[in-house]
Design a protein around this ligand. Structure first.
Ligand SMILES: [Cu+2]
Length: 579
């Protein structure tokens, strides 16, 4: 009797277990997230100036994309403006979906007026905050938004679960047409006009003209913890960011978990994202006020002018529905480092380490198949005879990698690579090293004018790569936030002066280096990165200061197909835009 009961129970148990497994399988099953992006003009007023702005669905920032790790994302982009457009999903690895990566003339021809292209890709092995932006000329000035990837269902964060979360996107605004700003600058060779203000989620806030009623406000409840997802979408400015009287804990950058650490101020370059935990003070009566400024201003290392204003928003404990901005005057601004505080920038950057635990290991290549040394920096070209040019000593600014200033092709590199028709489009002789050795961070030699070219570096599938990025002092040292498409990389070392293999390489961190998609090459210094070329296709690498990209600080990697069934690039989608 007792035995039969036992059997019954175990049957029941088994049934429940099977049901559980089925439910779990259903729960973690990937879903498709479909979005429709209508790129269209909308009159937008900021700083009391109204101009037609290129927007997505009438908004800037545009819609937030939300997915879970493993989900399929489908975005139908319709172009209703006169400019060509393409959209890049910044930081999404695009494993075998290079056709959906987005940089114009690299992986696709742009979407022309009246045309549609469907970006279709799967989010694999990533969770955290990324973003999307237009990837042609300076259109991204207003065409950008957040791309949030939640962990798989039932998978917790490796940090305490926040009460709520908020996304804060730093942007830039020009009173004039940004396409005119860059085209005029390229024509006369000088630096482009700097932005008129910064914005938080599109709001300029109380420190700018006419903007007190257009302020980003974050309401918090005493004692609760918030996950803030910060994105730097500015075109040309690295930013220091801080919240008055509050410390934050950094837990993730570029959709990679970090070892948590506390800080009052953090640095975020264009192209980077930072997730921080903010715990609201348990008892606000300890403070005189209920409002605290959220503020950011640039970290600027170059010789040129920059937008040296400060953007502010409000963190408030007030329960009032409508915020009175005379209150802002009573709140204090957080202390932010000086514009040129490289020692703060360095100390902060060196704190970032991968979580590197069993669940989230740091898969840094311990050995490397290919070693490259690339100089990155600005330069000056002579002014054409009979013209007056805008850069110092009547020259034109240029920028290069290994002394090659990249010239955009007129058809997409990925198309010509896939079809094998590279003749007249690109060459594969991108140099492994700069053309001549000199004291890169000392007094530059004469005749450093770069040559122009469309050259790529070819890698075998699954090869491991070490790349040293060395800033140069030609036309002045400057920090360059380099962004690599298609991969995350590990930052195994960094330093000032010239990279010295014998002295520097033994100190590389191969245990828990930070993994990300955009790295600031220190002004007058170098970084060493490593990655595995496990994604076939053509992958853009460029400075994420848009002005430097415009001047040519960019190149492309070509990763060949592997031999395995899932190691090659599938054919292009039928709706891939024509040139
Ligand atoms: Cu740069």
């Amino acid at each position: 009797m007792a035995r039969s009961v036992d059997v019954k129970i175990s049957h029941k148990k088994l049934l429940i277990e099977i049901l559980g497994i089925l439910l779990l399988a259903q729960g973690v099953a990937a879903v498709t997230r479909t979005y429709s992006f209508n790129v269209r003009l909308k009159n937008v007023t900021r700083l009391c100036k109204t101009k037609p702005l290129i927007t997505v669905n009438g908004k800037s920032p545009g819609p937030k994309i939300v997915a879970r790790e493993g989900d399929n994302v489908v975005v139908k982009v319709h172009n209703h403006v006169k400019d060509n457009v393409s959209i890049h999903w910044h930081g999404v690895r695009q494993l075998r979906t290079g056709w959906a990566d987005g940089p114009a003339y690299i992986t696709q021809c742009p979407i022309q007026t009246g045309m549609t292209y469907v970006y279709n890709f799967t989010v694999t092995g990533q969770r955290g905050t990324l973003w999307w932006h237009a990837h042609i000329s300076w259109i991204r000035a207003s065409v950008y938004g957040a791309f949030i990837i939640y962990p798989k269902l039932h998978v917790p964060y490796p940090f305490p679960k926040p009460h709520k979360e908020a996304t804060i996107i730093l942007g830039e605004w020009w009173n004039t047409d940004t396409e005119k700003v860059i085209s005029q600058a390229l024509q006369n060779g000088g630096g482009p006009n700097v932005s008129d203000c910064y914005s938080l989620n599109g709001h300029p806030g109380p420190l700018y003209n006419c903007s007190a009623n257009d302020t980003y406000t974050l309401k918090v409840i005493p004692g609760k913890t918030y996950l803030l997802r910060i994105i730097n979408s500015a075109l040309n400015d690295e930013m220091f960011f801080s919240i008055a009287n509050h410390s934050v804990t950094v837990v993730e950058v570029d959709a990679v978990y970090t070892k948590p650490f506390k800080t009052d101020i953090f640095l975020i370059t264009p192209g980077q994202t930072t997730n921080v935990l903010l715990t609201a003070h348990p008892n606000t009566s300890l403070h005189h006020h209920k409002n605290f400024a959220i503020a950011a201003r640039p970290y600027a290392t170059g010789q040129g002018t920059f937008d040296n204003t400060t953007i502010a928003g409000i963190l408030t404990y007030s329960k009032k529905k409508h915020f009175n901005f005379t209150h802002f005057k009573n709140s204090t601004l957080p202390k932010l480092p000086a514009f040129n505080d490289t020692s703060f920038a360095t100390n902060y950057t060196l704190k970032l380490k991968s979580l590197a635990n069993a669940q989230y290991p740091a898969a840094v290549p311990k050995t490397v198949d290919r070693k490259f040394f690339f100089t990155v920096g600005l330069g000056q070209n002579p002014c054409p005879k009979g013209f007056k040019c805008g850069a110092p000593n009547n020259t034109k600014f240029t920028a290069s990698i290994n002394n090659i200033s990249f010239v955009m092709p007129t058809v997409a590199l990925l198309q010509s690579h896939y079809s094998g028709k590279m003749k007249g489009v690109y060459k594969t002789n991108f140099p492994d090293n700069p053309p001549f050795v000199f004291n890169y961070t000392g007094t530059p030699p004469n005749n450093t004018s770069p040559m122009n070219g469309t050259r790529a570096k070819v890698l075998k599938f699954n090869s491991t790569v070490q790349l040293i990025l060395q800033d140069t002092s030609i036309a002045g040292i400057e920090s360059h936030p380099l962004h690599l498409h298609g991969f995350n990389f590990f930052i195994v070392g960094q330093g000032f002066g010239n990279y010295n293999k014998t002295k520097d390489s033994p100190k590389f961190n191969l245990v828990d280096p930070i993994e990300r998609n955009t790295v600031g090459v220190p002004n007058g210094g170098w970084v060493a990165i490593r990655f595995r070329a496990d994604n076939p296709g053509v992958w853009f690498m460029h400075c994420h200061l848009e002005v430097h990209t415009s001047w040519g600080l960019k190149m492309a990697w070509i990763v060949k197909n592997g031999k395995g069934p899932l190691q090659s690039l599938p054919p292009p989608p039928a709706d891939l835009p024509p040139c």
